[in-house]
Design a protein around this ligand. Structure first.
Ligand code: COS
Length: 393
């Protein structure tokens, strides 16, 4: 992927000002309804597309805004403060486009990135399978076999965010089962390709406005030119993508936490108990103090990781794992505490914090569980253990 061009602080401030206005006028009022209906918000996607938010860090030469990663994570954060599902409209476009930006040829980028940057097309990323979540390489079963000028894909992917609304999906499949991770390749599949089918939609606890579905490939015909990168490089592309997409999910988690903190702090200023606002009671005031400290700690990690993405720093993967780990845990703890501060009201759907708490949970699970983030972090410190050839430890 080309290094994203720098966004000046004035440009970034302008973009964020527009986003804050859109969020308060158009996104926040729709958030509860999007959650309740559990439908993809095409109106919000249109709004984001019209305001050039679908391809912030995509290179300008391919129709993107050529913005920085730092600006991109701040935009995701601002949207997630009000509506976690809507923040995924921007973050998953990034996830789905990254395999092409990282592994694609100039021709593939020219063909797909402008449509994704403008929001005309929606993208998805299909790695996970029923038996292959955390062990993404070892347990992958989807196969791709070359037949003439086509690759024929067979298999099923699950938990694919936006899979049912996507026009283009980057799919990972085994091309040589004897080679482990080195036998996995990546493909660009368009929704109209023969043999591609959208299956069951998950009924989820949170991010209910973001459809998560099963995708099946039954002798799915993919033109040879839609192989992404060299054959056998698919797993590396998948991992490099996650290094740059996890900061987007961390930003989503940060936004959810910051939104819940704002709401709880305002509530604590007004709600009176025992003769004074509950925020003046030390039990609640100190809870808010801890929530604020955690949110700011997460924010520093997310922004620093984004800065490293802009620099293409060699330790981006480590920082992506650290910021996703921290921000996901902060989102869960801060939203849970926000519900506690609102008491019975916090538990009611009439207030947004119960939705925020439900939305927070997924940030500890998807794009690699918190346990996988710790694995990535610990391997950066001590390396991956390999059993000695003679079998002794
Ligand atoms: N960038 C580039 N290459 C990478 C890489 C990265 N971030 N991470 C791993 N690789 C390479 C390795 O260098 C190795 O290549 P070589 O054999 O040439 O050295 C190859 O990929 C296999 O890597 P590794 O041996 O580390 O693979 P493991 O099977 O041990 O698993 C984990 C790696 C567990 C980290 C990976 O499977 C993972 O991230 N799992 C979670 C997947 C996930 O997040 N799923 C969420 C759904 S997607 S939204």
């Amino acid at each position: 992927m080309a290094v994203a061009t720098h966004t000046s602080s004035e440009e970034e401030a302008m973009i964020l000002e527009v986003v804050r206005q859109l969020v308060s006028e158009k996104v926040a009022p729709r958030a509860a309804e999007i959650d309740e209906k559990g439908e993809f918000a095409y109106d919000i996607k249109k709004l984001f597309a019209e305001n050039d938010l679908m391809g912030i860090p995509f290179p300008a030469e391919y129709g993107g805004l050529g913005g920085s990663f730092v600006t991109y994570v701040k935009v995701v954060e601002e949207i997630a403060k009000a509506c976690a599902s809507s923040s995924l409209i921007v973050a998953v476009q990034e996830l789905g486009a990254l395999p092409i930006l990282i592994g694609g040829s100039d021709e593939q980028k020219k063909r797909y990135i402008p449509k994704l940057a403008s929001g005309e097309w929606i993208a998805a990323y299909a790695l996970t399978e029923a038996g292959s979540g955390s062990d993404a390489a070892g347990s992958m079963r989807t196969r791709a076999e070359k037949k003439g000028a086509k690759w024929i894909l067979n298999g099923t992917k699950i938990w694919i965010t936006h899979g049912s609304v996507a026009d283009v999906i980057c799919v990972f499949a085994v091309t040589d089962p004897t080679k482990g991770p080195g036998g996995i390749s990546a493909f660009i599949v368009e929704k109209d390709f023969k043999g591609f089918k959208v299956g069951k939609k998950e009924k989820k606890m949170g991010i209910r406005g973001s459809p998560t579905v099963e995708l099946s490939f039954e002798d799915c015909e993919v033109p040879a030119e839609n192989l992404l990168g060299p054959e056998g490089e698919g797993f590396k592309i998948a991992m490099k993508v996650l290094d740059k997409s996890r900061p987007g999910i961390a930003a989503q988690a940060l936004g959810i936490a910051a939104g819940a903190l704002d709401y709880a702090a305002n509530y604590a200023k007004e709600r009176v108990a025992f003769g004074k606002p509950i925020g003046q009671q030390q039990g609640v005031g100190f809870l808010l103090a801890d929530m604020k400290t955690e949110v700011e700690a997460a924010r520093l990690l997310v922004y620093e990781c984004a800065r490293k993405c802009d620099e293409n720093a060699p330790d981006v993967g480590l920082w992506a794992a650290m910021c996703k780990l921290k921000a996901g845990d902060v989102a869960m703890s801060v939203t849970t505490d926000a519900v506690q501060i609102l008491g019975g009201f916090g538990y009611s759907t009439e207030y947004p914090v119960e939705r925020m708490m439900r939305d927070a949970k997924i940030t500890q699970i998807y794009e690699g569980t918190q346990q996988i983030q710790r694995l990535v972090i610990s391997r950066a410190l001590v390396g991956k253990w390999k059993p000695p050839a003679n079998g002794s430890t």
